[in-house]
Ligand binder design. Structure first.
Ligand code: PHE
Length: 342
């Protein structure tokens, strides 16, 4: 073979071997077959050779061109195969590897209890109303017939957040707000957080959850109160539980009653029971007939309208329901505790 062609062939085969990507291959193609490429130059200069030599070298050059072209194509194919193999390896997933378990949240036990309580009352025709957590003195106290010297107003019990402004100590101010804004008949429940300046202990938390109820109309009497609250307790805790209404006092109701149910721990038996302190009863809510002064404060005529109200601690109900013995557990958000309710 012609010495020049031999050199071109050896160089080219070597160069092709070291091509690693499409850019290298293209550079190689230009170097050999381009306008000023090595092989192109040989083919161009054939014309200046004597005829005999021209035929021989021309044939050799054409053979070399075919050889290098097919080598180039083969090299390209091999590089593509390698690349594909690499990306398949990189994207490979091990379907036998164990998955990452996703943490699933669950509803807080207080909210579970609250939702259930709301469901029982809405089934009886009550609608849900809400009011602000930061209240003025008038709605939290004065309009509810709570006199200026009532102990609930003392620094000890109430969080004052500004002049005449408090964190509501109960959900009862929402009774006033609803009655101010519309006329009877009214049949509402009011779920919400309430605040009292109490040191936290097993049975006290400075923030807790209440549910208020109010029913106002013509000829609403104490029997309605008893019927609604008994139905609630039976639906929440069981149809056979004894319920009793015990005379009590609230400034905004008259007469007033605290409602007890048979202790679900000792079954009303009492003896030796720490939950009900041996009495066989546990207090569950406060209630009463709306005081005439409360109706006057909102502009209702107490000679025309009557009604009953009640307020219950959702925390207490949840404590009973889940047999939890410390209210603070509901507010510490310890996942080890909360996970037990999912
Ligand atoms: N607001 C009272 C409390 O927080 C509960 C209550 C509401 C009592 C309505 C009677 C009527 O203790």
């Amino acid at each position: 073979m012609d010495a020049d062609l031999l050199r071109i062939r050896d160089d080219a085969l070597l160069a092709l071997e070291s091509c690693q990507d499409e850019a290298n291959l293209e550079a190689f193609r230009v170097r050999v077959f381009g306008k000023k490429g090595e092989l192109t130059s040989v083919l161009r200069s054939l014309g200046s050779l004597p005829p005999e030599q021209r035929r021989v070298v021309g044939e050799q050059a054409n053979q070399l061109k075919e050889l290098l072209e097919s080598q180039l194509t083969a090299r390209r194919a091999r590089l593509q195969d390698e690349q594909r193999a690499q990306s398949v390896a990189a994207e490979r997933i091990d379907i036998t590897e164990p998955g990452v378990r996703r943490l699933r949240g669950s509803q807080h036990p207080l909210l579970q209890t609250l939702d259930e309580t709301i469901a029982i009352f809405t089934a009886m025709g009550f609608e849900v109303a809400r009011g602000p957590d930061i209240e003025d003195d008038y709605h939290n106290f004065a309009a509810l017939n709570i006199p200026a010297d009532h102990p609930a107003r003392e620094m000890q019990d109430t969080f004052f957040v500004g002049p005449e402004m408090v964190l509501r100590t109960h959900t009862s101010p929402v009774q006033i707000r609803v009655m101010e804004s519309r006329q009877p008949p009214i049949q509402i429940i009011v779920p919400g957080m309430v605040y009292r300046n109490d040191a936290p202990d097993q049975t006290h938390s400075p923030v807790f959850c209440q549910l208020e109820g109010l029913m106002v109309g013509k000829d609403i009497c104490f029997a309605h109160l008893k019927g609604v609250l008994t139905a609630f307790i039976h639906s929440m805790f069981g149809p056979d539980l004894p319920v009793r209404f015990r005379p009590s006092y609230f400034p905004f109701t008259e007469p007033s009653a605290e409602v007890d149910m048979g202790c679900p721990v000792c079954g009303g038996n009492g003896a030796g029971c720490t939950r009900c302190k041996g009495t066989g009863w546990v207090e569950i809510l406060g209630s009463g007939m709306v005081h005439p002064n409360v109706f006057r404060a909102v502009g209702y005529d107490p000679e025309v309208y009557s009604g009953f109200a009640f307020g219950m601690g959702i925390d207490r109900i949840a404590l009973r329901r889940y047999e939890v013995d410390d209210i603070r557990l509901f507010y510490e958000n310890d996942l080890r505790f909360l996970r037990q309710f999912s």
